[in-house]
Design a protein around this ligand. Structure first.
Ligand code: GLV
Length: 329
């Protein structure tokens, strides 16, 4: 009998997904969810033809060079800035991600953060839990209006469009967006979204929502200069990636009241946070959970697993990020 191909599941995942992988592969797993260094990850990859990773594991040229047997790495995330895709392509390694299955859930969470931020949900809850609520008062935690205001979306991919639909159709908001490329007229009409320059968006939006993928070009899309262009009553939500916002500049702007409030699900250097963010009250902080419903995280794990099974049993990866000779992209 032929031995099963060996794979690495680099982080803890749903046991049922692990069990289904074990039917097809020899699996080394990390159900203890230990945090491995780059060297440890490289060492654990030895002898593996496939790997299931999350956004926390970096796949770079050095790891690929040390593992010439590797054929595919399936990321359980839609973002893939932890992958050096050109290096993977050069090494003949398929890269895959988990698009589509998380779009609506992540758009829901963008809205959850927007609502919590504008309406000061966590700030007021902390006040209540601290036993400070003694009486009703007319301006207690008076926040910013959401319905009927203008939302500015930076990054108008699938998730950005999901947010635009919620904003326009559910909350009667005026939707403006900025993106590398303009949407088709049909999509703009469906999302009721108007294309504007980044500067126009920052000046006009009551709420700015960041949904742009991380790259060298999108690093610090929002820094001190951009925060200075926003309305003092505006809110900012980042569900994209740490590094899209200059967190130190944001903490300063929040402390100075340069903008009203922010909601952040992602951070520069996470899980470490800029300590100044912890001392300003007008920020809602969540630990990178925008796609985290049981159903969606299960769908993401399953899609990552399906990519491994499809490719390593002689088919094509289902959601590849690169085109290799003999592997469709
Ligand atoms: C999460 O951040 C993802 O990219 O799926």
């Amino acid at each position: 009998m032929m031995s099963k191909p060996s794979i690495l599941v680099a982080r803890a995942i749903f046991p049922e997904v692990l069990q289904s992988l074990a039917q097809v592969f020899e699996v080394e797993s990390n159900q203890a969810d230990e945090v491995w260094s780059g060297e440890e990850l490289t060492r654990r990859m030895q002898g593996k033809v496939g790997a299931l990773t999350t956004g926390s594991e970096r796949i770079d040229a050095a790891l690929l060079q040390a593992n010439p047997q590797l054929r595919i790495v399936a990321n359980m995330a839609v973002g893939f800035n932890n992958f050096d895709v050109p290096a993977m392509t050069a090494a003949g390694v398929v890269a895959s991600n988990t698009p589509d299955v998380l779009t609506e859930t992540t758009a829901d969470f963008g809205f959850a953060l927007l609502m919590a931020t504008a309406r000061r949900v966590t700030e007021s809850e902390h006040y209540l839990r601290a036993g400070l609520w003694k009486k009703w008062s007319y301006d207690m935690f008076a926040g910013a209006e959401v319905h009927g205001t203008t939302i500015g979306i930076i990054g108008m991919g699938r998730i950005g469009q999901g947010i635009a639909r919620r904003a326009a159709h559910g909350f009667g908001m005026n939707v403006i967006y900025h993106n590398r490329s303009r949407l088709s007229a049909e999509l703009e009409a469906e999302c009721k979204a108007s294309y504007v320059s980044k500067q126009e968006l920052l000046k006009t939006a009551d709420h700015v929502m960041l949904v742009v993928p991380y790259s060298a070009e999108s690093h610090h899309t929002i820094g001190a200069a951009e925060l200075a262009q926003m309305k003092p009553t505006a809110t900012l939500v980042n569900i994209a990636r740490g590094g899209i916002v200059d967190d130190a500049a944001l903490a300063k702007a929040l402390a100075a009241g340069q903008i009203a409030a922010a909601g952040l699900d992602v951070f520069e250097g996470e899980p470490a946070l800029n300590p100044d963010l912890l001392t300003v009250p007008n920020v809602v902080l969540t630990p990178h959970i925008a796609s985290s419903t049981v159903k969606t995280r299960m769908a993401m794990a399953q899609l990552a697993a399906d990519n491994l099974v499809a490719y390593l049993t002689g088919g094509q990866a289902l959601t590849p990020l690169n085109a290799l000779p003999g592997a469709a992209a």
